[in-house]
Each structure stands twice: as C-alpha cells, then as structure tokens.
Design a protein around this ligand. Structure first.
Ligand code: CA
Length: 534
C-alpha cells in the first residue's frame, strides 16, 4: 500500500520530488554557465598567457587557466565592441546579424539568439554590465546594464528597463550585482549569467585602490613601439590610433575624468597631479614623449585589469562557498584583443594578431583537463552553439560557428577548421582604419583593404615575421601561397554567405557610415540601452 498523505502534504511531496529530479537532471545534463566577458582585455595583460613583458600578475584569471583550458588562438570576426557582442548573441557574422559597427548599427533583437533558445530549454538567464547593442536585451530573465559604453565611476545603469544610479567603481558594482543575482536567482533552473565588464576599455580609468599599483615601475616596451611601417601599404600606415598621434589628455590622465565624487577626485589628484607636474616640467618631445605616454598607458590599463582580476577571484570564491563550482562552467573572454603599444598603437580593429586574438579561458570541472592549452583556431562565433550544446539544446543550422564542447572535453576532431574569415567595417571615425576582409590560417593572413581610397593587399607570414611588420604580397617567392590563399578566401566567402562588394543592408543597418548610401538619418534605437559611438 502506498503511503497516504493529506492533499497539501502530497502536493509538497510531489513538488519536492520533481525539484530534486530537476536538480538531478540539471547536474547530469544542464550545467550552469558563467560567462565573464571583458571589454578590450588582451592576452598580453593576462599572466597565464605568458607575455614576455610581464605587464601584470593576474592570479584570478590564472586560476581559471590552471584549473581549466587556455585557448591560444581564439579569433574574432570583426575586431570591435558592439559587433562582437552581436556575433556572440546570434552565432552569425556581422553581414548576417546586421550589426556592422559601433557608430550606426542597432541590434535587431527580433532575430534568433542563443539566450532565447536556452531560456526555452529551461535556463534562467541574466546579463549584467556592459551590453552595447543599442536595443534592450531580449531572452534574459534579468538584465541590469550600462547605457552605451558606460562610465567607470558612479555609473547610471538600466535595471530591467528602469534607470538607476550607482555609486562606486563600475567593475566592483557589476561584480556585486552579479553575485546578488546568483544569490536570488530561481534555483530550480540551471543559470546562464553573462557578467560583462566595461573594463579595461578606453579611457582606462583605474580604481582608486590601484592607483600606483605598479610602484612607478618602468614597463618593457614592445619591439614595434616605433614601427615606421616601411614597405607597408597606405591602408596600414595611414591610421589614427597611434600613441603618438591620437592619444588625448583624457586618455593620458593629464586631466581628470568627469563624474568623480569630491572624495574620489581628491585621491585621484593625489596620485596624478605630482606625476603630471613632473611630466609638464620635462617638456618631452618625439620618442621621449611616446615613451612617457606608453608608461602612463600601461599603468592605467593594467590597473583596470587588476580590478577585473579582483572580480574574477571574488566570483570564483563565491562559487566555491556556495557549492556551485562543480556544476558551473566558467568562461572568461573579451570582445577582442587590444594593442598595448605594438606597432605604436592602442585600440583594436585590425586583423593583426594582438586585436584579432582574444583571451579565452574555460574551466569545466570533471570535463576539461586542468592546466592544458589548445592552439586550434576557435572563435567567439562558436559561443552561441557552444552554450546551446552545453545546455543540451539543438544548434540551429543557420548559425555559423561550431560547438567547442568536443575541444573542452579534450577531443581533437579531425575536421576542425584550418582557416578563418574576417571582415572589419567601421570607417572613417574614430580611428581611420580602412575596411578590410581576409583569410587567416595558422601561418598566414591574406588581407584586402578595399575602401574607400585604397585597394591594397597584405600577406602576413607569422612564421617568418611573427611581429607582422612585413608585407610579402608582392614577393615572387610567395606567388603560389597568394594564389592558394585567394582560393581559400573565396571558398570561405561562399561558406559564410558573404556578398561582395559591400555595403549591403542587413536587419535595417548599413555596413558603412558617412557615405551617400548611409546618409539617411541614423535610426534611433528604441531601447534605453542605446550606445554612444566608439
Ligand atoms: Ca571592445
């Protein structure tokens, strides 16, 4: 005879049985996903990646590498903030998801995205921090985002559609809000949390606690700080993103940022004012000026990264404390890499390695092998399908990446990609980087700068020229290589459904700004999360 319960007790018994079954099935099939995403964080600033300059120690991120997998060649499809976020949401290239650039694209949130599919598959989703897609997030049970680029200090934010104002340092606030959401989330479901930092985006404003973190050390300079672009095309040499020609007083902290409280400004000035006075007295010019700027840039950038690393440590500790670590996949990445003085640059955009490659660390307890690395070409394009695969959901056929789950498990699929397609659009503002597309392999990159006043080809050979300071395109010794790469480029363009020449319209957006075909009034995003440019 089955036990008899009063109806209310029976309902409770049934409910708790179902919940525990759900818990079991979650443990087996639907692990939690914590995606820690940074803005303009680059591998050179993460100690686990072993940059020879040793710019900074990052014990939090290094812990992820030590307990998981370090991917050494995670590439972006279009090295700039908003567009890569759209690629992650959709698993599609810019020309199909319609978000081409930061200056005039608006994300069409009616299209298929991975969070919508995960939500249907039983997950509770949240996005907290930088969003930058100009329309409100869809597919999330909770969202609390910065408008546009957001501020480093005392940021206004949007809490599920409602404007709110916070006090303090944004990296810390995003961490607090994320841990708070984890604490209060619907615990009957697996979660997918996108914890998205603004840092270390320009203008690299450090937290007060890390001002002077480097004790005024002298940072080693990159070998190409004074790259003169000899023998290079106009497309490469005629940029506006140089430490020498482009950095502003705000970038260099020769004036304080707006929006600080009286107290914050006091500590800020205590650090910068005496150093700025010395700088002014020295009256530097030419190379000496560039060298000084590089040092200031490294202090500020690494201080911002240090705060992100604090956040990673706090978050991993929280997972440990709450017993969540075992059943949560943690992925740390960034929307692209960044130049820390290489070629004399800051910023991103180019197909060159520093901004093409982005950090990618994965810890999946019981699945990923600790302390390993993987050099295969993977991409943020793969994330949508990866997240769906992790959550046991089908991967739509029109997504253009490939699930990374087999690589997380240590498998080596024989048919893994050997080449990758890239396309950058934003021109001329803010940094005068000509639109370009290209094919990337382990060794080579063949690039076409096609617009508006250039028609330049570049062939990079990372084996012969790891710093990417030479163009082998017209070298007769490479004629066969160029021919083969052009065939591969055409094959990839067909595969990704590229149509040339651009521009074309997708999801209401034009690929190019400031041209006759894009001269219609810029569409205003109806969402409150609209971004400003850059
Ligand atoms: Ca970015």
């Amino acid at each position: 005879m089955p036990p008899t319960f009063p109806p209310a007790m029976f309902r409770r018994f049934l409910l708790s049985s179902l919940l525990s079954l759900a818990g079991l099935s979650q443990a087996a099939n639907q692990p939690n996903i914590l995606f820690i995403f940074c803005d303009d964080l680059t591998t050179q600033a993460i100690s686990a990646y072993g940059d020879k300059r040793k710019l900074l120690q990052t014990p939090g991120m290094d812990r992820l590498a030590k307990e998981g997998i370090r991917f050494d060649r995670c590439l972006v499809t279009n090295s700039i903030c908003g567009p890569m976020r759209a690629v992650i949401q959709t698993g599609k290239y810019s020309h199909l998801n319609g978000f081409f650039n930061n200056s005039n694209s608006t994300f069409d949130s009616n299209q298929q995205t991975f969070p919508k599919l995960l939500q249907k598959g039983g997950y509770t989703n949240a996005v907290i921090g930088k969003w930058h897609l100009m329309t409100d997030p869809v597919g999330y049970d909770y969202w609390h985002v910065l408008p546009g680029q957001g501020a480093y200090y005392n940021p206004p934010m949007i809490d599920n559609g409602k404007p709110v104002k916070h006090s303090g340092y944004t990296t810390d606030i995003i961490t607090d809000l994320s841990l708070e959401w984890l604490k209060n989330r619907d615990k009957t479901k697996p979660f997918m949390l996108m914890m998205q930092h603004k840092a270390p985006h320009r203008e690299w404003e450090p937290p007060i606690r890390h001002l002077g973190h480097d004790n005024d050390r002298v940072y080693e300079e990159p070998e190409t700080l004074f790259d003169a672009f000899e023998g290079r095309t106009k497309a490469v040499s005629d940029h506006d993103m140089g430490i020498e020609r482009t950095m502003t007083d705000g970038d260099l902290k020769l004036k304080p940022p707006g929006g600080l409280t009286e107290d914050q400004l006091k500590y800020w000035n205590e650090y910068y004012e005496p150093r700025n006075a010395k700088y002014h007295a020295a009256n530097l010019t030419g190379k000496e000026l560039v060298k000084w700027r590089y040092q200031r840039y490294m202090h500020d950038y690494t201080a911002c990264v240090k705060a992100v690393d604090d956040s990673v440590q706090r978050t991993l500790d929280y997972l440990d404390k709450e017993g969540l670590a075992e059943n949560t996949i943690v992925i740390l990445s960034s929307d692209q890499g960044f130049y820390l003085g290489e070629h004399g640059w800051f910023d991103k955009r180019w197909i060159f390695e520093e901004s093409l490659r982005t950090p990618f660390l994965v810890r999946w307890p019981g699945v990923s092998k600790s302390g390993t690395s993987n050099g295969k070409i993977v991409s943020l394009l793969d994330l949508a399908q990866t997240f769906l695969d992790i959550g046991g959901q089908p991967q739509p056929a029109d997504m253009q990446g490939r699930s990374l789950v087999p690589l997380f498990k240590g498998e080596e699929p024989a048919d893994w990609r050997k080449s990758f397609y890239y396309h950058y659009y934003e021109y001329p503002v803010p940094h005068r980087v000509r639109p370009h597309y290209g094919v990337i392999t382990d060794r080579y990159k063949l690039v076409h700068y096609y617009k508006p006043d250039v028609d330049d080809w570049d062939l990079l050979d990372r084996e012969k020229d790891p710093l990417e300071t030479k163009n082998f395109y017209n070298d007769p010794a490479y004629a066969e290589t160029v021919k083969e790469l052009k065939v591969e480029l055409a094959r990839l363009q067909t595969e990704v459904k590229e149509t040339l020449p651009p521009p074309r319209k997708a999801h209401g957006n034009k690929a190019f700004d400031g041209e006759p075909e894009a001269s219609a009034p810029t569409k205003k995003g109806k969402g409150k999360a609209r971004a400003q440019a850059n």
